[in-house]
Design a protein around this ligand. Structure first.
Ligand code: SF4
Length: 351
């Protein structure tokens, strides 16, 4: 570990909470000098819950042939997009399990179907899914990204990152893309002109030094490519998970410290989202003073976190109120963080 890493670890471990928060808040205010806090209205569409990755922390997936396994039809996905637009949604986040029964053409046809019949920004297919496609269809990850992009994919979410340290992944997600591979696919996506987000899910048996290693690896990639638009972190929701229901739940102080150190390390990642969906609205508000400049997403549907019994729901009006109450001006945004003019931020018109 370098001297800088040691000082970061010391800061993360020992700095008083409010001191850490003030440092992060200073960086956030330098990067975003106005008082605007953004959020997006979107919908998470989990196209299939059938998965062979068997992540120990996942309460959402079903093994192949399980009675509760599903794959949505294009028409069902189209209906969900129309509902999203009617509620003012401007993007869909489309992710699914590693389903061995879906052919590659299905994904390409889905992209084309959406763009033709229900046009909307498609933020989809995490690096873990791209890696699964590459292995299953015996294609290069670069070709997967190129083909999905040509068919209509607009950007890639940072799902499946968890902790980008192989020791931890070997324990909780051994069948999924490893740490190096996950970052490699993000780098490929950036080289192919795709913007992506990046995540960190903690509380899965990692050390604080390993969380910092995750952050420093993300920062190093961002310095090379500049392709990450935003970072979001949240703790494991252990309820109902196959192997981790006994894991202690991390607390709000740990969350705020982690948000703050993330803002400090990720100097080149422009935006940090607060995770009120997992932490609750009050802690989400506090995170706006610990480095976050974005209130995340008003998700119309969120299956993965709600499978673990953790779902905080709200409305656009409530988002506006919560952000205003925290001392900021709320603005709705698109995936690329461009602001939607208030007069356009109404049902349908913003897309
Ligand atoms: S987290 Fe994703 S890849 Fe892992 S088991 Fe759940 S659905 Fe599958």
């Amino acid at each position: 570990m370098t001297a800088i890493d040691r000082s970061l670890l010391d800061l993360y471990t020992n700095a008083p909470l409010l001191e850490l928060g003030a440092l992060a808040d200073g960086i956030r205010r330098e990067k975003h000098p106005g008082d605007i806090v953004t959020f997006i209205v979107d919908r998470n569409i989990n196209y299939t819950n059938v998965c062979v990755a068997d992540c120990g922390f996942c309460a959402f997936y079903r093994r192949p042939k399980h009675a509760e396994g599903y794959t949505l039809s294009f028409e069902q996905i189209g209906e969900k997009i129309e509902e999203t637009k009617a509620l003012g949604g401007v993007q869909i986040l489309i992710q699914g399990g590693h389903n061995p029964y879906i052919p590659f053409d299905w994904y390409l046809d889905l992209m084309r179907y959406i763009k033709r019949h229900h046009p909307i920004h498609i933020h989809g297919f995490s690096p873990s899914e791209v890696d699964f496609f590459a292995k299953t269809f015996r294609l290069e990850a670069r070709d997967i990204v190129r083909e999905l992009k040509a068919a209509g994919l607009d950007s890639i979410p940072g799902g499946g990152g968890e902790i980008l340290v192989q020791r931890v992944r070997d324990i909780v997600a051994a069948k999924k893309a490893g740490a190096d591979r996950w970052l490699e696919i993000m780098e490929i996506a950036h080289q192919e002109g795709m913007k992506t987000s990046v995540t960190m899910m903690y509380g899965i048996g990692e050390t604080l030094a390993e969380r910092l290693e995750h952050l420093t690896r993300v920062q190093a990639l961002q310095q090379r490519t500049g392709g990450f638009t935003a970072f979001i972190t949240w703790p494991l929701q252990p309820e109902n998970t196959p192997e981790m229901s006994q894991m202690p739940k991390t607390d709000a102080v740990d969350y705020l410290r982690t948000v703050a150190i993330s803002r400090i390390v990720l100097q080149d990642v422009p935006n940090l989202q607060a995770s009120w969906v997992t932490m609750g609205l009050k802690i989400g508000q506090a995170a706006l003073h610990f480095g976050c400049n974005d209130f995340g997403s008003l998700m119309i549907e969120e299956n993965v976190v709600s499978s673990a019994n953790t779902t905080y729901r709200t409305t656009v009006g409530e988002m506006d109120r919560l952000i205003t109450e925290s001392g900021f001006t709320p603005m709705r945004r698109r995936q690329d963080y461009s602001i939607i003019a208030p007069e356009l931020a109404t049902a349908g018109a913003a897309a």
